[in-house]
Design a protein around this ligand. Sequence first.
Ligand code: BG6
Length: 517
Amino acid sequence: MDESLAVAEANPLRQNLPRARVPEPCAVVLFGATGDLTHRKLGPALYHLGAGGNLPPDFAIVGFARRDWTDETFRAELEKSMSRGDDPEFAQTWPEFASHIGYVRGTFTDLAGYEQLKKRLEQLDGTHGTRGNRLYYLAVSPEYFAPIIENLGKAGLIYSHHQDGPWSRVVIEKPFGHDLASARALNRDITRILDESQIYRIDHYLGKETVQNILALRFGNSIFEPIWDRRYVEAVQITVAEELGMAGGRGGYYDNSGALRDMIQNHLMQLLCLVAMEPPVDLSADAVRNERVKVLEVLPTWTYEDVDLNVVRGQYTAGSIQGTEVPGYLQEKGIKPDSTTETYVAIRLKLNSWRWAGVPFFLRTGKRLPKRASEIAVKFRKPPTTLFEVDTGVAGGGTNLLVLRIQPNEGASLAFQAKIPGSRRRLQEVRMDFRYGTSFATPPPEAYERLLLDAMLGDPTLYTRTDQVESSWRFCTTILEAWNRPGAPPPLPYAAGTWGPEAADDLMSGEMQWRRL
Ligand code: BG6
């Protein structure tokens, strides 16, 4: 039997569960252990991986942060954030899981804490059999990325990637830089210590099951790929709409970031890559990442005037979402009263590639839109002649529209024309619909579960390589520069609960209208 499976069989958290991909023994170190991400996403993801039999029996989790916590406090806080109440399964599995959790107190910029961490990790190699393998997760603000990696290096906690034996990898949260120059500088700093193969830049959208399904749909079926190009596709629309404003004290971060940096540079660009990429030669990390990055290399090179013509930015004002009155962006906590940070961005672009020449891609994202809904809509061209009467009154009437629903109601639907029963030759749009909830017994796992597991397994396919980060920044930095130049049009107001500034409609031409989801 494969060693990793033998290890998995011995895992008490795994009894009676199907076999899973199980990583080698290792310790996961969470920098920013007292922070929101650890408690909301990482702790629960690790627990679910354990409960699902995806962690080896020999593993440890070490929280690292400044607060004066002990192992017990960290365990108790993580347990609280799971809020599983008196769920009997949780009550049964948590104590065993918690026995793998520890905490080391330290400041990110002070080497002393890293010496402590090293001692603790070496102890865990003895007590928990973690065999020197380390996954460091930087759930911290970006200014600490480089100092943490430097201190890990100084403390001897990063191994040379050339050596055989134990491994060390670092997962870096976004944002990776705030423009092209800073992303390059950060990369230069961290690659003094780390090899690219040890760097896992996370974009949680790639961990979403529905996002991974884009490639499955395109390359696992023979019916879509032959028509997936400029000859059959008229336009593509990618939307990531959020109802949320600045909840959870995010104002301070967001006001220095804005929708372009927070969502377009990473999540929407990833979706664009997956929709537009060429088939990879296989599903190896490099093959897939090479194709993703090629899409960004054919993004248009814009002048500032092109930006004005093709990009609309907005900022929400007070309004009402599903009957609840909400404040405007400038009234939110942590926002500068005269802030010009954008909370909405819409972009029209064309890719300079053989496959997509001339096809418009419409991207939009915004906070305080009427609902949380993310989807990709691919609109196919009309048949060459019209034999039938078509009911054009409905959205997309007369055409075929494939909609991939990323969230919620995860699934996909294909709209096509069918003859309305009766003596007339009249068509009406009908739909074929696939829903995860009804087609599969288990709900899709949380993105962070898949991504943490892959990092422990050493599979970077769903992580972002440096060239992809830089290509995406190259495009977004032109937009940022255009916005920052004197006389640039300011963000346009839109009332919370609406679909963004009306000017965004002017980006659309005959090919497609913004969908009201
Ligand atoms: C994060 C952004 O990366 O993604 C947030 O910083 C945003 O502003 C979030 O709300 C959206 O993620 P999801 O998974 O809820 O669509």
